[in-house]
Design a protein around this ligand. Structure first.
Ligand SMILES: [Zn+2]
Length: 226
């Protein structure tokens, strides 16, 4: 009842095209949903996401669900998730991706899901980690424990997007560290993040995780920039 009254005054609109959503639609309409470019990385072990890390980090698996284009629907979704508090978008993307991720053999022995952490200062100013709801939903769906304490961020980088690529890589190096015990030895860590661009942030996370004896690592992101 309350929900229908709220909807009367604030009818839910599609994040992509801004048209009214039908009662059975959530966040994006069916038309926009079909327009979103899918990578289909899950169909191929040697995919583009894996390719980003060749010669840098040895991974068990890497994949993203969407392609990310400037001014596209995916950018709009991630912008709303990251800067406008719409954490339900992380849930939607995870539920969408779970159908594919459940079929990936390389992830069957994953022990922990690790969302890429924000620096405590950034977490305080944003109020939430934009990858949290995505990681939690994957955790439930794949029945893999989500660990948000093991990996942490040591460096605070403020205007990362304005720096050139080289500067970004420099700034992000050694930006993460791990706190672990014997219990975390010889485990398979599934790192999750929003957008895979240069891979510098994830590489830095991997370097930190590699301090743990016998660590195996996989990466799953919502989208990949082309
Ligand atoms: Zn739409």
């Amino acid at each position: 009842m309350l929900k229908s009254v709220i909807n009367l005054f604030f009818p839910p609109i599609c994040t992509g095209c801004k048209n009214l959503l039908l009662p059975n639609e959530k966040i994006i309409c069916t038309i926009c949903r079909h327009e979103i470019p899918l990578t289909n990385h899950h169909l191929l072990h040697e995919n583009e996401a894996m390719g980003k890390f060749y010669g840098r980090i040895d991974l068990q698996h890497a994949s993203t669900l969407f392609y990310f284009h400037k001014k596209g629907i995916v950018q709009e979704l991630i912008h709303n998730l990251k800067y406008r508090g719409h954490e339900e978008i992380g849930v939607l993307i995870a539920e969408w991706y779970l159908v594919d991720l459940k079929k990936i053999t390389a992830l069957k022995d994953a022990d922990y899901i690790i969302p890429v952490p924000l620096h405590p200062k950034k977490l305080k100013s944003r109020g939430y980690n934009q990858v949290h709801s995505f990681a939690q939903t994957l955790s439930k769906g794949l029945q893999i424990e989500c660990n948000e304490k093991l990996l942490f961020r040591t460096k605070y980088t403020k205007t990362q997007s304005k720096k050139n690529l080289l500067g970004r890589s420099d700034a992000i190096q050694d930006a993460f560290d791990v706190v672990y015990s014997d219990r975390e030895h010889h485990k398979h860590f599934l790192l999750v993040d929003d957008v895979l661009t240069t891979g510098a942030t994830l590489e830095s996370c991997c370097r930190a995780l590699q301090k743990i004896p016998g660590a195996k690592i996989s990466i799953v992101c919502m989208a990949m920039a082309q």
